[in-house]
Design a binder for this molecule. Structure first.
Ligand SMILES: NC(=O)c1ccc[n+]([C@@H]2O[C@H](COP(=O)([O-])OP(=O)(O)OC[C@H]3O[C@@H](n4cnc5c(N)ncnc54)[C@H](OP(=O)(O)O)[C@@H]3O)[C@@H](O)[C@H]2O)c1
Length: 352
């Protein structure tokens, strides 16, 4: 059967619910589910956190009169799972309960699930409609799809630049020990929110040496991302804040490889200090996404490699006249915002 306009309305609600899990479901996808009987929502739920019950389970449990399940439609933005992971397969549960109609946003990309969940549900005789708000459903789980389909983390680049296109003054010339702020406090809060939504955060060796950043989440509630820093020439030292063991930290190194506490050294030959290799190593460690916060050289390496998905550029209203030149993206932003004297441009790479 073809989807109806009402199907899109209920799928929209699934997406809205799913979004609540952003930053909390970690390696798992964002999933929301609603149960509808007689054009009325009788139950709903979303995947709250990694390891917790799936959206469909929560939605089914929330229905006050379970006898209605056999006459209802279940909506879910991602194909119900088919494998025994931390919880039994949702597709089997849906089949066993006998829910007669299932509407799905998009198929799963995880090879353990893809297509199998739908097959299980159909084997019980239920009607299955797929592809309702498919583009929106895939976009919501873009980190998850990139990870499984491209076998690398989803990459977000972010920097703040002055009106005249610099990301910092020349620190050795201006004699300042810390970086000059380019944006306002609202922008900084937003950056911390973004940090809380990604699995890892990466900065270049010189940014870590010059700015001594904590690379954690302070201005927003949430989980600290894994810190990732390249150190090809062994320039990083123990007293830096990223070495404080307060959150997991990965250092790409050529020599030292003794990992301890929350710090992991990944040894790479000097000629392999490049973006594809970094991403391959992060992928192997199940790191779904990386938020790259500068500096210019590291971000330019990502841009040159083509291995990035989204870019956020803040612009402040100061001018530095000279300094560290901001990276540049050779395309038009897909969105532009102005707020409290700062601007924000968002770029997408190719067909995101
Ligand atoms: N406004 C902002 O949003 C913002 C954000 C962050 C930083 N910053 C500023 O940016 C400045 C630092 O930026 P930067 O461009 O000089 O340095 P950077 O990008 O922070 O670090 C560059 C260094 O990282 C190492 N590296 C290892 N592998 C690399 C690879 N594949 N690609 C690129 N680098 C790699 C290299 O060190 P080795 O030579 O040792 O291999 C390279 O010289 C600071 O002034 C900082 O305050 C501004």
């Amino acid at each position: 059967m073809t989807p109806s306009a009402r199907d899109e309305v209920y799928m929209q609600r699934c997406l809205e619910l799913a979004r609540k899990g952003l930053g909390l479901t970690r390696q798992n996808p964002l999933v929301g589910s609603v149960l509808v009987y007689n054009d009325r929502i009788i139950g709903e739920g979303y995947h709250h956190e990694y390891g917790g019950p799936h959206a469909e389970v929560i939605a089914i449990r929330s229905v006050a009169d379970p006898s209605l399940l056999k006459k209802s439609t279940l909506y879910v933005n991602l194909e119900p799972c088919a494998h025994y992971g931390k919880t039994p397969p949702c597709s089997l549960m849906i089949k066993d309960i006998g829910i007669p109609r299932i509407v799905i946003g998009c198929e799963d990309a995880n090879p353990e699930v893809s297509g199998k969940g739908i097959t299980i549900i159909k084997s019980g005789g239920a009607e299955v409609v797929t592809g309702v708000l498919e583009r929106e459903s895939r976009f919501l789980n873009r980190r998850f799809f990139t990870f499984h389909e491209k076998k690398r983390p989803f990459v977000i680049l972010k920097w703040a630049e002055t009106l005249d296109g610099f990301i910092d003054r020349n620190r050795d010339e201006c004699g300042e020990a810390s970086p000059s702020w380019i944006t306002n406090h609202t922008a900084r809060m937003l950056v911390h929110k973004w940090r809380s939504e990604e699995i890892s955060i990466m900065a270049g060796t010189d940014t870590v040496l010059l700015d001594n950043p904590e690379l954690n989440v302070r201005e927003w509630p949430g989980i600290n991302p894994v810190r990732v820093v390249p150190d090809k020439n062994g320039r990083l030292f123990e007293e830096l804040k990223i070495m404080d063991d307060s959150s997991p930290t990965i250092i790409f190194a050529t020599g030292k490889t003794i990992s301890s506490g929350k710090r992991e050294y990944i040894r790479l030959p000097a000629e392999n200090f490049d973006i594809p290799v970094f991403l391959e190593e992060l992928y192997k460690r199940n790191i779904l996404s990386v938020f790259v916060e500068g500096g210019a050289k590291l971000i330019e390496s990502f841009i040159i490699s083509g291995l990035w998905d989204e870019t956020y550029v803040f612009s402040g209203n100061k001018k530095f006249i000279s300094g560290v030149k901001a990276p540049a993206i050779n395309s038009e932003p897909i969105e532009k915002f102005e707020f409290r004297g700062s601007g924000l441009r968002i770029y997408h790479n190719r067909d995101l």
